[in-house]
Design a protein around this ligand. Structure first.
Ligand SMILES: C[S@@+](CC[C@H](N)C(=O)[O-])C[C@H]1O[C@@H](n2cnc3c(N)ncnc32)[C@H](O)[C@@H]1O
Length: 402
């Protein structure tokens, strides 16, 4: 046992951890805090970071990193401008190291290239190259299973340079497993976790989402506060189906995670408020499913009438208001004007953050942000603006430059 663990832990390899646009620094910070020097050669990439680590780090990254979307192990870098070159490159890998003909396989393609313009086609060609290798060597080929494969392969091509990786997460990591019900425009869980970390909330003072929809922000805030790993309730990760999966070792990681969950500290007030009764019910149901029901207070109230609790130092409000796709321009601008007025008169002492994809409406808030980030909510480009509601910031200011 000891011998196995040694060889298991010592071997280091490159790991690519994918995230959303604008959250790269947050992810890097999470990696530093969680793994310290165990994560070597940390490099920030576009919508990803790269580190060197061992299998323990790979498993833990899937479980613990709140802003990670996928954890990949790159196994080959290649250059290709044609389908034939792509096929040849994929066959340079000895695939019998990773799966047998009895296993199943799925290939995902991500392509940004003048030479290859269809990611589905690239994935199909790569899959053919893998199964042909098996057929040639043993006469039998693994079958394809796009939902539950033994091994999910990721092929990424940018112009003529490509990378083939094993996808240790399989389903993206925002599928935490706690959400049973959503409203029509819920935030991606990874985006919500990233927004909370960007807001600088200290995890000890009041946290409010006053337009909480299905409760994503309060749930992510409560998990952060109680140190519950974001994917603690997920049923399975890709690496658990791999040949080299070490069940005992994984059980130890889960036990460590359980031990570090905070059960006895006094938690701050975490409030999810929404004008809609349907959203209120979804917030209750989802927080119940995340075993966080007692940490989150849900309430039905219109923002127009909501009186927040007294702001202790660090009290934070984050809202993701409607962007107004289905409303008249005038109505949505009045709505944002109302938000600004409420903030000025009722949220003294709060750190306020607003995520919105309606850049014209944001100006109607009439406050100057002290911080701003560019994020994407799905395909919608958004601004995530921070306002400190101390007395000096209440004056109406021109924010046309935002
Ligand atoms: C974009 S959704 C928020 C989604 C949420 N962040 C989630 O992850 O599910 C906007 C929410 O604002 C709520 N809302 C709209 N007008 C409101 C108002 N006047 N007061 C409070 N909530 C409001 C809607 O009911 C909706 O749930």
């Amino acid at each position: 046992m000891a011998k196995r663990e040694n060889t298991f832990l010592v071997k280091k390899f490159e790991i690519i951890i994918k995230t959303l646009h604008g959250l790269e620094e947050v992810l890097a910070q999470e990696v530093k805090e969680k793994f310290g020097e165990r994560a070597e050669k940390l490099t920030i990439l576009k919508r990803a970071i790269s580190v060197e680590g061992d299998k323990k780090l790979l498993y833990e990254a899937n479980l613990h990193l709140r802003t990670a979307i996928k954890v990949l192990i790159p196994i080959l870098d290649f250059r290709a401008k044609t389908e034939a070159e792509l096929y040849k490159s994929v066959q340079r890998i000895d695939w019998s190291k990773y799966l047998t003909f009895k296993d199943t396989l799925s290939v995902d393609g991500v392509v940004n290239s003048q030479y290859f313009n269809h990611s589905g086609y690239v994935a199909l060609k790569a899959k053919d190259a893998i199964v042909d290798q098996f057929r040639k060597n043993s006469g039998i080929r693994p079958s394809v299973n796009t939902t539950d494969p033994t091994v999910r392969v990721n092929i990424h091509i940018s112009e003529d340079s490509g990378t083939i990786s094993l996808d240790s997460s399989d389903e993206p990591l925002y599928k935490r497993g706690y959400r049973v019900d959503t409203i029509s425009a819920p935030l991606n869980e990874v985006l919500a976790a990233g927004m909370i970390q960007l807001s600088g909330w200290n995890r000890e003072s009041t946290f409010i989402d006053a337009m909480c929809g299905s409760g994503t922000l309060p749930i992510e805030a409560a998990m952060l506060c109680a140190n519950i790993p974001p994917n603690f309730y997920r049923k399975e990760f890709g690496f658990q189906r791999w040949k080299d999966f070490d069940n005992l070792f994984w059980a130890e990681i889960i036990e460590d995670a359980k031990r570090s969950i905070e059960k006895n500290k006094s938690f701050p007030q975490i409030l999810g408020v929404d004008v809609s009764r349907k959203s209120f019910r979804k917030t209750i149901e989802n927080s119940h499913h995340a075993f966080l029901r007692e940490m989150i207070t849900a309430k039905v109230c219109a923002f127009e009438e909501f009186e927040p609790p007294y702001a202790s130092s660090g009290a934070t409000l984050i809202i993701n208001p409607p962007y107004g796709e289905r409303l008249k321009k005038e109505d949505i601008e009045n709505f944002y004007g109302m938000i600004g007025n409420r903030l000025k008169h009722h949220f003294s002492g709060y750190n306020v953050w607003i995520l919105s994809g309606n850049f014209e409406a944001i100006k109607k808030i009439g406050l100057r942000p002290c911080k701003k980030y560019s994020l994407y909510n799905g395909s919608i480009e958004c601004k995530f603006l921070g306002f400190s509601m101390y007395d000096g910031s209440r004056k109406q200011k021109d924010i046309s430059d935002f």
